[in-house]
Design a protein around this ligand. Structure first.
Ligand code: ADP
Length: 266
């Protein structure tokens, strides 16, 4: 019998695509990650980000700001299509590694209001898991009950799925070793924060968002942590690890902790 309390793994857009070049997949990295994912023995749900596929199109048409102009309709469709294309690369790589991966379209099962998921139809996904298949979801352009349209991030999706499915663990793969005091790509004095909890988050956050005018300078890192802390409150532990380095994701999947930044409740 398959344990349907799944492990949820997210492959960041920064890991599987070249963010500087539109619609460019890092094929070798993706192939390696697909092999590393075969280490998962129980049930597994995979989510991936948009990287240089979804993000540039969504921002060109201002999809995240909501519907205000009919020209955004083609932008919505193009954003979704860009994500489907990236998803096809991910699913193909997984299948080639022997993982029974099946694409699932988030915009067809999530009910979203003002950018937040209100509910999600997960009956088919649960059935796939029970059979031993691996659903692969992604950040997507979604219809929004409040503002017409919005972007559902892979990170929010991970948190929602982990809650609803009672995940045993969440692993977020990014292209740096975890959460640092400042962006490690632009500041060599950046120090890795090994553990973020409900009690130390307010002091960690102050340092993270000390950019101009309090602007979020974390490239989405603070948002990820916020999603994961909400999850930790509900008893699901998460870790942000460097999936760009060979074998880190594999080791995390096999149960090793402390490879990156842990996000825990205590
Ligand atoms: P992904 O697309 O993989 O989900 P993001 O690009 O949203 O990830 O976030 C990862 C990026 O965040 C890293 O490439 C890093 O350069 C940037 N970043 C900014 N501030 C920080 C920080 N304080 N700690 C870690 N990474 C940071």
């Amino acid at each position: 019998m398959i344990d349907i309390r799944p492990l949820i793994v997210k492959l960041g857009g920064s890991v599987i695509t070249d963010k500087r070049r539109q619609f460019t997949v890092k094929r070798t990295v993706l192939r390696r990650l697909a092999r590393e994912l075969t280490a998962a023995k129980g049930s597994l749900v995979l989510v991936h980000g948009g990287g240089s596929f979804g993000h540039p199109v969504a921002s060109k048409y201002k999809i995240a700001e909501g519907y205000g102009n009919p020209r955004q309709l083609i932008g919505f469709a193009l954003t979704h299509r860009a994500m489907e294309k990236l998803n096809a690369y991910v699913v193909d790589a997984l299948q080639q590694a022997g993982v029974p991966a099946v694409a699932m379209q988030p915009s067809a099962c999530a009910v979203v209001e003002n950018g937040r998921i209100k509910s999600m139809e997960l009956t088919p996904l649960r059935k796939l898991l029970k059979l031993g298949l691996v659903p692969v979801l992604y950040g997507d352009a979604v219809p929004d009950l409040g503002k017409g349209m919005s972007i559902l991030s892979g990170d929010q999706l991970v948190a929602q799925l982990a809650c609803e499915l009672g995940a045993k663990r969440v692993i977020l793969g990014v292209d740096v070793d975890g959460v640092y005091t400042v962006n490690p790509k632009t500041n060599k004095n950046a120090k890795l924060v090994q553990e973020i909890s409900l009690s130390n988050w307010s002091s960690v956050k102050k340092r993270l968002s000390s950019g101009v005018g309090g602007r979020d300078v974390t490239g989405g890192m603070a948002k990820k942590v916020r999603e994961l802390l909400a999850l930790a409150e509900r008893g699901v532990e998460a870790e942000i690890v460097n999936a760009a380095k060979p074998n880190i994701l594999r080791r995390a999947i096999l149960g090793e902790v402390g490879l990156g930044t842990r996000v825990v409740a205590r």
